[in-house]
Every structure is written in structure tokens, then in C-alpha cells.
Design a protein around this ligand. Structure first.
Ligand code: UDP
Length: 291
């Protein structure tokens, strides 16, 4: 294998590390921050594996306006030099922008209905992704990442993120105590997390991993959303609450620091050395259905 002693024994990569942030969970999963990994070494390991990475993104109703920037910036920073298959779900297939894709990258457009409430559009994603994994992605891709569209890439978002089950610490909660996490607190909901429990507060706008692991995740979450819905319950933060509950009992094997999805509204804090992807400022009243 070409990944040789030259890369493995290069001193600087062995000296990487951070003392200002936690870089490993209590169950020994890495938490990925800038300067905790060597991008050259990571690429040399993963590129020869010839992987296919699926990325799902929903662009329904007015959210179609975010798609062009999302795709154009993804082409510059998201899994560059990997085979990437974007799956775009929209109610307006003819409005999907034409974007120049690098070799080995492709887009599939899937038509979905526009639901009445923004909460339903957001929460319906779990079931739709589940169906597409079953129909196609399980045969076509090795990894899948599920992303929000109202975002822009700014910096490398690469193979260091790949693992079995991957989630990200929410950029508004990474520096907050656990009792302030906005988990679902009603025991009647299947997303319930009791006070005092929980590891991190994970963001619903980004999760992923190996296709079979993400399949289990979305299956559990969408079924729990349906159980709640039959009882007239909507979890505090819709699918994000269900994701947090799932990840409490199915620990992620890798956790991404908030560098991997920041929010433009939050100024850069000291521990954030790079912003790789960021949620753009948006006027909720203008873009969301039935606010
Ligand atoms: N979304 C959409 N159309 C909508 C509402 C949501 O396409 O009317 C999708 C879109 O991908 C968006 C994601 O669902 O990025 C999450 O919704 P939103 O951004 O409103 O949630 P937030 O992250 O602001 O809580």
C-alpha cells in the first residue's frame, strides 16, 4: 500500500492535539476538532478505498433559494476528490439549479410534496430518507450524510468525518451545562430524556455514517415520530429531539465539533479555529411555512 512509513512516521502528524477542548467522549469516540487530525494522512488512507458518499438535502417551498449556494460551496469543500451522490428532495424539480460538478459527482432529484407546516417538512425527512436508503442508497453508497440546505461550506469538510455513526454537537449548546439542553422532557413522548441524563446536545441538521447505521437511526426516529403523532404529541424540537434520544442509547462512534456546522449568527468563539459549514442567517417568517 502506498500509504507508507513516510506518512505514518512524519513527526508533525504525531504531535497534533488540542488541550483547550475535549477530544474524546467517555465511551472513547473521537470528537473531531481542527488540529486533532492530519488531513494528508486521512486522505491517503481513505481515497484509495474508492468510497461513495451519499448526501441528502431537502429544499422544499422557499428553501429552494438556498440550494445553489449549498451545492456550489459543497463542490469546493465537501468530500473533495471523493465520489459524491447528492440526493435533492424538492417540490420544485424544475427549479433545481444547474451546478458544475467535479468528475465522479452526481445529483439525483426526488420530488416530494410540500407539507403545510415547516415542522412537518423538517420532521418528514427521516421517513423519506429511510425509504430512499431502502430503495437505492443501500446498494449505491458506503456512507450517507444528511444535511440542512440553509447552509454554506467554507472550509475542508472531509474524510475525517467518516465513521459508523456520526453526529455533531450543537453549536449553541457545546459550551452549556447539561441541564440547559433542550431535550424532550415529557415522559409521554418517545423522545423523552429525563433530567440529569444525556451526553451532548446533538444538532438535527447534520448526522450520518455508514448507510446501514443511518438506516437504523432514521427507522427508529420516524417510527417514534409516528407513535407520538398518533397520541397528538410533537416533540419539543421535532426530529432533533428524536435524534437526541436515539443517540443517547446508540452512542455515536465519532462526534463532530461545532466547526462542522456552525451558525452565522454566532460570532466565532475562541475554540473555533475554522468554520467548515455554517447555517446562514434567514428570516424564518419569510421562508418557513405557517410560522
Ligand atoms: N426545510 C425545507 N423547507 C421548509 C422547512 C424546512 O426544505 O419549509 C428543510 C431544509 O432542508 C432545512 C431543514 O428542513 O434546512 C430544517 O429546517 P429549518 O432550517 O427551518 O430548521 P432550523 O435548523 O432553522 O431549526
Amino acid at each position: 500500500m502506498v500509504l507508507s512509513t513516510r506518512l505514518l512516521f512524519k513527526q508533525p502528524s504525531l504531535l497534533r492535539g488540542r488541550s483547550d477542548v475535549v477530544t474524546v467522549t467517555p465511551w472513547l469516540a473521537p470528537i473531531v476538532w481542527e488540529d486533532t487530525f492530519d488531513p494528508l494522512l486521512i486522505d491517503a488512507m481513505y481515497k484509495p478505498m474508492n468510497l461513495t458518499i451519499a448526501a441528502t438535502v431537502f429544499s422544499v417551498g422557499k428553501y429552494i433559494m438556498f440550494l445553489k449556494d449549498f451545492l456550489e460551496t459543497a463542490e469546493k469543500h465537501f468530500m473533495v476528490d471523493f465520489r459524491v451522490h447528492y440526493h435533492i428532495f424538492t417540490d420544485q424539480p424544475t427549479e433545481v439549479p444547474k451546478v458544475n460538478l467535479a468528475v465522479g459527482r452526481q445529483i439525483s432529484v426526488h420530488e416530494v410534496p410540500k407539507l403545510n407546516r415547516w415542522q412537518d417538512i423538517s420532521a418528514s425527512r427521516m421517513k423519506i430518507i429511510h425509504e430512499l436508503i431502502k430503495q437505492r442508497i443501500s446498494q449505491e453508497a458506503d456512507y450517507i450524510y444528511c444535511l440542512d440546505v440553509d447552509t454554506k461550506f467554507h472550509f475542508r469538510w472531509g474524510a475525517e468525518t467518516l465513521d459508523r455513526l456520526v453526529a455533531q454537537i450543537h453549536p449553541w449548546f457545546y459550551d452549556m451545562p447539561r441541564d440547559q439542553f433542550t431535550y424532550e422532557r415529557r415522559p409521554t413522548s418517545t423522545a423523552y430524556i429525563p433530567n440529569g441524563d444525556g451526553d451532548y446536545y446533538y444538532i438535527g441538521a447534520l448526522f450520518g455514517g455508514m448507510v446501514e447505521e443511518v438506516y437504523k437511526l432514521v427507522e427508529t426516529c420516524y417510527k417514534n415520530i409516528e407513535v407520538d403523532s398518533a397520541k397528538g404529541i410533537e416533540a419539543a424540537w421535532q426530529e432533533e429531539s428524536h435524534l437526541n434520544r436515539y443517540l443517547l442509547y446508540n452512542k455515536p462512534t465519532k462526534i463532530l465539533s461545532p466547526e462542522y456546522l456552525w451558525h452565522d449568527q454566532r460570532g466565532k468563539t475562541e475554540v473555533i479555529k475554522v468554520i467548515r459549514l455554517s447555517q446562514v442567517l434567514k428570516n424564518n417568517a419569510e421562508v418557513r411555512e405557517n410560522v
